[in-house]
Ligand binder design. Sequence first.
Ligand SMILES: Nc1ncnc2c1ncn2[C@@H]1O[C@H](COP(=O)(O)OP(=O)(O)OP(=O)(O)O)[C@@H](O)[C@H]1O
Ligand SMILES: [Mg+2]
Length: 272
Amino acid sequence: MRPPSRRERIAAQLADLKMPGALEALDGVLAGVDGGGTTAAEAIERLLAAQIELRNGRRLEAAMRSSRLPYVKTLAAFDFAFQPSIKREQIDALHELGFVERRENVVFLGPPGVGKTHLAISLAITAAESGRKIYFGTLTDLVDSLEEAKAAGRLDRRLKILTHPALLIVDEIGYLPVTQSGAVLFFQLVNRRYGNGSTVLTSNKGFEEWGRILGDEVMAAALLDRLLHRCHIVNIRGNSYRMRRHAELSKAIHPLASRVDAESPASKESPS
Ligand SMILES: Nc1ncnc2c1ncn2[C@@H]1O[C@H](COP(=O)(O)OP(=O)(O)OP(=O)(O)O)[C@@H](O)[C@H]1O
Ligand SMILES: [Mg+2]
């Protein structure tokens, strides 16, 4: 029996190490080396990158099942040129996830359609790909789930579940009113997470309006005190990306009419 070739030995080692991504890439990488187009270092890098890509994809799939993330939005798909008020370096730095390590918070503020949820989700996805546990909810979803748990005598359990993820996304603070009892439950959640895990929040309202949203100025002040203690604030001022797509569409259909539309103030959204 002939001894196994080097390719066969590497394949067996990758299988033994449970690296199916690298195993699948192996033949292509070796062909690149044999053809002289790939250096040894490049080959190693490509093998490892293939394995990391597979692992990240699996982590993301698992997170999509358990985190209630509504859809995938990535940093790569975000058009910074459309939203010049956003400092790209700040967003890139946040995606390095040091804030999660330090249990700091992030708040995205701005009017509708400027990318608050997109960027919150892309942070969550980056965190999920790095192996961290994430959870996503609108303020209304989270408060409803806490209200239900309280009515069923399981509030403490629910609070523990929501305190556990390294990253919790609280989307849409400010669109729907919260009952006073709901606001108290949200305060309890923020209080539990304080110092234990990072929270990313989005809101179309400035902090001065949070007292009204939560129906209690004193509690909102205490909540903001905790949230903002270690917090990165991304204040987005600009036009809605959703409106841009409408403008593009109507320009394609009615080039002249859309020129008028694009210039009318009704097609713009003012910053909050
Ligand atoms: N700069 C951008 N580049 C690419 N896509 C963008 C950008 N800004 C927004 N989008 C897209 O536009 C849509 C609206 O953005 P998003 O949901 O993040 O807005 P929002 O600020 O959360 O608005 P709302 O306050 O209404 O919830 C999404 O599909 C998002 O992916
Ligand atoms: Mg949103």
